[in-house]
Ligand binder design. Structure first.
Ligand code: 5GP
Ligand code: MN
Length: 338
């Protein structure tokens, strides 16, 4: 975001607006943390503002300050549509194109509000009048911190906002270990703790929330793991039957994909999760090093994301999907052995 844009956005926010903030579908810690932090900030500035999420989000995020006011477009459909129709500004956070918000896409496309994008995914599309897009950022939460600082308001970051921003940075950086974590990230995190972020509490509330059935589901996932040594690849499958057996709850499979990468020599890890209701296989891709899962997901699985973390989907069966996946790998053998 250049100086001119910051001034323009500052001027817009100096007047009373009707604001809607939207995270991506299946919102994660960064999506919920960033939208909530921005919501607190705008509300404290006296703006009329609501967060509308495309669908529900996991229980382990339902402690974050303000989470109870997040509207669910699926559940509160007509009220959500009215708010979007009346909005003068729509912030879209933590996603790069409107296809990432599912059923909300046509409704947002109808709106003549001013769109402001804050996001760190690759290849952003250009629906927003004001774009703060930076793929080098660890998280959208880090960008929301910067955004508030650009507006000269970092001294207005409350403990509630600090907790939300801290949590999103924590979840999107794998607790500050991914390569997107910079000294600037740590500087911001330090400032957030000074402003009231409760770091230990955030870790406990997000990560120490296992249920026995989730751990059993993890056991099942790890048992299903297939290691393809010649491609330095490990993949996991979970069928709908397996999810049902272990009483799957939203968010239960979060982080499972990362186990593949903890194997020595493995640089590409994938999880395929069957979703009978949507009739798709949801896929998560992770890599270590230069292999771009963003490009792989974009090219073969109708998805995208970042160089080392991306997602996608498949419309054929679980078995056909994994067979297709394996058939693709031979073209990547050199890259995967680099
Ligand atoms: P996850 O695997 O944790 O769902 O997502 C990893 C990263 O890829 C996140 O940044 C997420 O926003 C992005 N992502 C996940 N699924 C999709 C998808 O279907 N399409 C695109 N473009 N990005 C995705
Ligand atoms: Mn993010």
């Amino acid at each position: 975001m250049n100086l001119e844009d910051i001034k323009a956005v500052g001027n817009l926010l100096a007047k009373p607006q009707k604001i809607v903030i939207v995270p991506h579908k299946n919102p994660d810690g960064d999506a919920i943390g960033s939208t909530l932090a921005l919501w607190h900030y705008l509300k404290n500035r006296g703006q009329e503002v609501r967060i509308i999420a495309p669908n529900d989000f996991p229980k382990f995020l339902k402690w974050m300050p303000g989470n109870e006011q997040i509207m669910n477009f699926e559940r509160e459909n007509s009220q959500s549509k009215t708010l979007i129709e009346q909005a003068t500004i729509i912030f879209t956070l933590d996603f790069n194109h409107l296809g990432r918000i599912g059923q909300m896409e046509p409704v947002l496309k109808e709106s003549d509000a001013t769109f402001i994008m804050i996001d760190h995914h690759q290849a952003p599309s250009d629906y927003a009048q004001y774009m703060y897009s930076d793929v080098l950022m660890s998280s959208t939460c880090e960008m929301v911190y910067n955004f508030i600082e650009f507006l000269g308001d970092d001294d207005k970051i409350t403990p509630e906002m600090a907790n939300c921003i801290y949590t999103g940075i924590m979840t999107d950086t794998g607790s500050f270990k991914y390569s997107s974590t910079t000294s600037r990230t740590h500087t911001i995190v330090a400032a957030l703790i000074d402003k009231g972020a409760e770091n230990t509490k955030a870790h406990n509330l997000v990560y120490d929330t296992n249920t026995p059935t989730r751990l059993h589901l993890l056991g099942c996932a790890l048992k299903n793991m297939v290691i393809l040594k010649e491609y330095n690849t490990a993949y996991i499958t979970l069928s709908q039957d397996e999810l049902d057996t272990y009483d799957y709850q939203k968010g239960d499979t979060e982080g499972f994909v990362n186990y593949g990468l903890t194997l020595h020599g493995i640089c590409f890890a994938v999880i395929f999760i069957e979703n009978k209701e949507e009739g798709i296989i949801k896929i998560s891709f992770r890599s270590e090093g230069n292999f771009s899962v963003n490009e792989f997901a974009r090219k073969h699985f109708n998805g995208g994301g970042h160089t080392n973390a991306a997602g996608g989907r498949s419309d054929v069966s679980l078995q056909e999907t994994t067979e297709y996946f394996i058939s693709l790998l031979k073209d990547y053998k050199t890259q995967l052995n680099a």
